[in-house]
Design a protein around this ligand. Structure first.
Ligand SMILES: [Fe+2]
Length: 258
């Protein structure tokens, strides 16, 4: 599996404090079945220790340490871009914040409070500047929980959606974020499941739990959301068609004939 959202780099945002914590997180992700993990530290005014020019080197340093301790997972550079930060950023800065620093795909943090009126305009402008946007965990936003059609419109205009594994796998069945996350998967409006992991213990890597929960509503799409779709995003390529879901009736028919 490929996990496109994590805070695995040590000592720069609210992820692990040191390299030992980063190795523990990466090891837990590998055990969970992840082969490629994007390091997406917060690019936001309240995280001044995240410096764009250092990200590639920090990922290389972490990959070298992981190889030394026999963790086979590979870390690729990215960033979790705050809306205000993105508005002020130059094209060069956005490129350094993009997946693999390729200048194609950005992970944009959905605001936690009410969604500002200009949010869609920001998405549109990033598109005009040549970036495809993956919206991080919109299912946690109160405005979008109340007005899911606003999110459907953004998806219709080309935005991609990342739902968080924990939102899908919550045991609290009345949770609004769980309900919206599952609904997005069912309607084909979500494209990626990611962990948004912060450490091996707190917000631990749990992609497989999210995959299992999503597979209950759309098994073929759920697999696509942790493999083919994130692979295309890392490569800056168009997303391949998601596989069709086999109907329940068809599945019963096939079982009877088997
Ligand atoms: Fe995050």
């Amino acid at each position: 599996m490929i996990d496109l959202h994590s805070h695995v780099l040590p000592g720069i945002d609210d992820g692990p404090e040191d390299m030992t914590g980063s190795i523990a997180l990466a090891r837990a992700a590998e055990r969970d079945g992840v082969q490629t993990l994007a390091a997406t530290p917060h690019l936001r005014a309240d995280h001044p220790r995240v410096r764009l020019g250092e990200l590639a080197e920090r990922c290389e340093e972490l990959n070298a340490r992981l190889a030394e301790v026999s963790v086979g997972l590979r870390v690729v550079a990215g960033g979790e871009v705050d809306a205000l930060w993105a508005q002020a950023a130059s094209d060069g800065e956005l490129r350094l914040a993009s997946y693999g620093q390729r200048g194609d795909d950005l992970l944009l943090e959905t605001p936690y409070g009410p969604l500002p009126d200009g949010f869609e305009e920001l998405l549109f402008r990033l598109g005009l500047r040549g970036f495809r946007v993956l919206l991080a965990h919109p299912e946690r936003n109160p405005t979008l929980q109340r007005e899911p059609e606003r999110l459907a419109e953004m998806v219709g205009r080309g935005a991609l959606v990342q739902v968080t594994a924990l939102s899908l796998a919550r045991s609290d069945r009345g949770s609004r974020s769980r309900r919206l996350a599952l609904d997005l998967v069912k309607r084909g409006h979500a494209h990626v499941i990611a962990s948004d992991s912060h450490s091996a213990d707190w917000r631990a890597p749990d992609l497989s739990a999210g995959l299992a929960a999503a597979a209950k509503v759309a098994p073929a799409r759920a697999e696509w959301m942790v493999n083919e779709a994130p692979a295309a995003i890392l490569a800056g390529e168009p997303l391949p068609e998601p596989p069709p879901e086999r109907s329940r009736r068809g599945a019963r028919f096939l079982r009877r004939r088997a």
